[in-house]
Design a binder for this molecule. Structure first.
Ligand SMILES: *Cc1c(COP(=O)(O)O)cnc(C)c1O
Length: 365
């Protein structure tokens, strides 16, 4: 038996706990990617993704691969060499966007903020007035810092300067409102293993009408064949033309995950994420710890808390894992050994999990 391991309580930045119903769905028999029965499943997945993204965008599909494949698809389909791409850089994942955009030949322009802070409209306006950008890219829920980027007015501002708004929704989709249509987001992607509570392996992606027009206006072929939306949409659209063998059982899992999200109801689910996060915040503060991000833009799905002085990051996390089977994460880059990152995403966002983690932390500290 090689799969011999202890189950863990996943309270890190992802993956989150998988609901048993999803694992059961994934164990269903594999059928063919051109089986008419599978087309019905694809249609349902796309319809439900639209509901969760809060959009009517026809071009909405799960990309094969994890959140980073979604990021790559969101960038490579819109970038032609020399295109100007403005990226709001305030954490690890926005840096990754710069790295990817550069590889596709974009002229990457950064708006920088310290990790843990978010962008104001004025910051973005100033940059766009200096020089317009084809894409303006932001991370909605920055998992490396715990900060939530406000979206009010951002879409209108980017559109007024002739650009497209690109948003990383990996740690927001399914855990808090994203309002793709309402906020004028043109390109958004996510991952299955965060607030959707499905194992890692698919990256939901949605493109607005404005975004589709930009795809049509391309002068050159998309530099990435696997993620080329003009090819992918022939399989996910009416033609059903073979492109690659999609991960069938992952799509069963996503279907069931989306069923669970919509059965619970978006509003109720967002509220659950909010309430459990509030409970965690109150508990950590009661133990004398300081939260890293101000309440006004603190993420409900991922909490960052300062490691108390004199406490060894790794010692505590190792004890949580070995003695309590609980996984949380440390910080990245400038936040390494300064903060812990605690995820309450999807099926992991439950009151009993908050209680258990707080009790374990209290014992260890
Ligand atoms: C996790 C994450 C990603 C990357 O997703 P992978 O599934 O690890 O490829 C991208 N952006 C954000 C904000 C994330 O939290």
């Amino acid at each position: 038996m090689t799969l011999d391991f202890k189950p863990r309580l996943l309270l890190g930045p992802g993956p989150s706990a998988t609901h048993p119903r999803i694992l059961q769905a994934m164990a269903s028999p594999t059928i063919g990617y051109l089986d008419p029965q599978f087309f019905g499943i694809m249609d349902q997945v796309q319809d439900m993704l639209r509901a969760v993204f809060e959009t009517t965008n026809p071009l909405t599909l799960p990309v094969s691969g994890t959140g980073s494949a979604g990021m790559e698809a969101a960038l490579c389909n819109f970038i032609e060499p020399g295109d100007s791409v403005l990226v709001g850089v305030n954490g690890f994942f926005s840096q990754r966007m710069c790295e990817m955009a550069g590889r596709y030949g974009a002229e990457v322009r950064r708006i920088e903020k310290p990790w843990g802070e978010v962008f104001a409209l004025e910051d973005v306006r100033e940059k766009l007035e200096k020089k317009p950008a084809k894409l303006a890219a932001f991370v909605h829920a920055e998992t490396s810092t715990g900060a939530l980027q406000p979206l009010e007015g951002l879409g209108d501002l980017v559109h007024a300067h002739g650009g497209l708004l690109l948003l990383d929704c990996v740690t927001s989709l399914g855990g808090m409102p994203v309002g793709i249509d309402q906020n004028g987001v043109d390109i958004a992607y996510s991952g299955t293993q965060k607030c959707l509570g499905v194992p890692p392996g698919l990256a939901p992606l949605t493109i607005s009408a404005r975004g589709q027009a930009a795809l049509m206006a391309r002068r050159s072929k998309v530099a990435n064949w696997y993620l080329d939306l003009s090819l992918l949409s022939k399989y996910w659209g009416k033609e059903r033309a073979y492109h690659h063998t999609v991960p069938i059982n992952m799509i069963y899992g996503l279907l069931e995950g989306l069923n669970i999200v919509l059965e619970e109801g978006l509003e109720v689910r967002w509220q659950r994420h909010r309430e459990n996060a509030e409970l965690l915040w109150a508990g950590l503060e009661k133990m004398g710890m300081s939260l890293f991000v101000p309440r006004a833009y603190r993420l409900p799905s991922l909490t960052t808390v300062q490691i108390p002085t004199g406490v060894e990051d790794l010692v505590v996390r190792r004890r949580l894992l070995n003695d309590y089977n609980i996984e949380i994460a440390g910080g990245f880059g400038p936040l390494a050994s300064k903060i812990w990152r605690i995820g309450l995403m999807g099926h992991s966002s439950r009151r009993e999990n908050v209680t258990l983690l707080l009790a374990a932390l209290r014992e260890i500290l």
